[in-house]
Design a protein around this ligand. Sequence first.
Ligand SMILES: [Zn+2]
Length: 184
Amino acid sequence: MKPATLKYCPRCGSIGYQYRERKFWYCPVCLFTYFHNVATSASVIVEMEGGVLMLVRNRDPAMGMLALPGGFVDPDERAEDAAVRECREETSLAVTDLSFVGSWPNEYEYKNVTYKTCDFYFRARVEGGLEKVRPDYSEVAAFHIIMGDEIETAPIAFESARQALRAWKALRDKESAEGVWLPF
Ligand SMILES: [Zn+2]
């Protein structure tokens, strides 16, 4: 079910419920308006072993493909806190000292509903290495480290994550050229 396939107004039950401007539903009978707003997600770029920790998704969308630890921001939650929480839930890793890399738009299809999202990406400091990773196997099939030169070819689930990794690599390359190596 795409947003535009809803047929009846959920308030008055009239037929002819309309999806407008890729943003909201509108009932021409009772004027009920409902915004299908962009959802926010937050993910963490965790550096390990000279690369970035990625998780193999074990559910749709994009089952079997690689994603960064992350998920949707809950109501009344900061994006930073969502990133930390999701990372802990999916990997058991405790990350701190987040810094914003950027945000990119994305589409997330779940049970035949398409959600437009704005995906936030952060770098973070992590305690420990691979030995500390304890994936939540209800959401994660495995984990994998990808190197900077694999960003373009790796089977990454969401294009926004690839864009974030490109931005991360540019930051890393700049730091390296300047002789800066932050302890992330
Ligand atoms: Zn109505």
